[in-house]
Design a protein around this ligand. Sequence first.
Ligand code: CP
Length: 304
Amino acid sequence: MNLKNRNLISISDYSKEEYMHILKLAAEFERQPVQNIAEGKVVATLFFEPSTRTRLSFESAACRMGAKVIGFSDASNSSTAKGESLADTIRTVSCYADIIVMRHPLEGAARVASEVATVPVINAGDGANQHPTQCMLDLYSILTTQGTLDNLDIALVGDLKYGRTVHSLVEAMCNFNTTFHLISPESLKLPSIVKMHIKKHNLKYYQYSEIPEAINKVDILYVTRVQRERFLDIQDYEKVKNSYVLDRSMLTNVKSNMKILHPLPRVNEIATNVDSTEQAYYFQQAQNGVYVRQALIAAILGLK
Ligand code: CP
């Protein structure tokens, strides 16, 4: 499988076979994380929005393969602050790096960047749209904990409207005969355009307003934060910000294989008393991000 020079902007840019190939490579990196195969390569991480996991795991991935990292984590320290366009920034950084990893608050910004870049672009999150590399590490985490991606019941909890990780994951899991359990406040339901993927694949989905209605039926409980930064009116955020708090007392009758995922950061939607339960998998999930991002960098640079 050859993914050299491929952009990754939306999860649907890659076929099921292509992201299964990335998961296979990620498993190799999990077994042997330090592989000096990218010496002399430069990875640019351009973060126009805050990040802990995505930026640092990409940078960790690059370092573990011997690549060097350039970039910024605060666009106010870049020439964007002087009025430079995104297109000009990307054209310029293309001269300095072999691959660009970019997060931007505007939906579609990563696609625009890929159209002007002369090196491959990886979308590290564009507004409320897509987060394809998070999706791949979510798939890796589901596969690792369940032993399969096929025929699972997955609950998606919280901000299904603005949660870009949810949008990417639903699209990908439509390839695996998933049954979806969608738990959200009325105002944060999964957008119709994402539901269309489920309908197109003739898959089942159920909608709920409370976690206990679905928690005992599912293999994966994928919890998300209410995305404060996407609300135009802060009053609307205040109304829904505490809609869900998963507490360990809610885990008494769950399936024996059930695992809790969360893309993180969490605010208060998972109580810290859940962290020590056998169901909690969200910190291992974050660690899986390094292996998956090593796999992506290696494949896109043509090193694997
Ligand atoms: N999951 C995720 O995207 O986390 P960060 O915002 O910390 O990168």
